[in-house]
Design a protein around this ligand. Structure first.
Ligand code: CO
Length: 170
């Protein structure tokens, strides 16, 4: 089931998401829905809070071959390399982009949807997408990591985004 994306201004995007204690049928269904919603939006990554579910789950589809998404549960960064600047967007901020500094390479620990504990070494777009989505789990948005100058530049677009999305029927 495709779930509607929550946009900037929705309080769920600022909440710290809950740790997942047990992989139940409900959690497995949420993982399926999250991947389906990610494909529908053609995004690189999607965090559960972005569809209004405040739990620590992310879906990533940023590999060389798109359409091969994977889900991570309770992801934690265990090592991070030096930072690089890359342009980013976010499904919760349509039309807004910005240059963001993040580690170029990371090691993470997480659970697969099968319950298997994995340790992954990521770089490139996958590293970028995972870090962006983990931020969502902590209520951190990519605009928080923009330079103060860039924040001023996008301020009118942010205001417009809140206004337009609020006037849409729910
Ligand atoms: Co995002």
């Amino acid at each position: 089931m495709i779930l509607p994306i929550r946009y900037y201004g929705d309080p769920v995007l600022r909440k710290k998401a809950e740790q997942i204690q047990e992989i139940t049928d409900e959690i497995r269904k949420t993982a399926e829905d999250l991947v389906e919603s990610l494909y529908a939006e053609k995004g690189l990554g999607l965090a559960a809070p972005q569809v209004g579910i405040s739990i620590r789950m992310i879906a990533i589809d940023a590999g060389e071959k798109r359409g091969d998404a994977f889900v991570l549960i309770n992801p934690v960064v265990t090592k991070a390399d030096k930072e690089v600047i890359m342009e980013e967007g976010c499904l919760s901020f349509p039309g807004i982009f910005g240059k963001i500094s993040r580690p170029s390479r990371i090691e993470i620990k997480a659970l697969r949807i099968t319950g298997e504990e994995v340790q992954l070494n990521l770089d490139g777009l996958e590293c970028r997408a995972v870090l962006h989505e983990i931020d969502h789990l902590d209520g951190v948005l990519f605009i928080d990591r923009m330079s103060s100058v860039h924040k001023i530049v996008i301020a009118p677009k942010l205001k417009k985004l809140i206004k337009v999305r609020r006037s849409e029927p729910v």
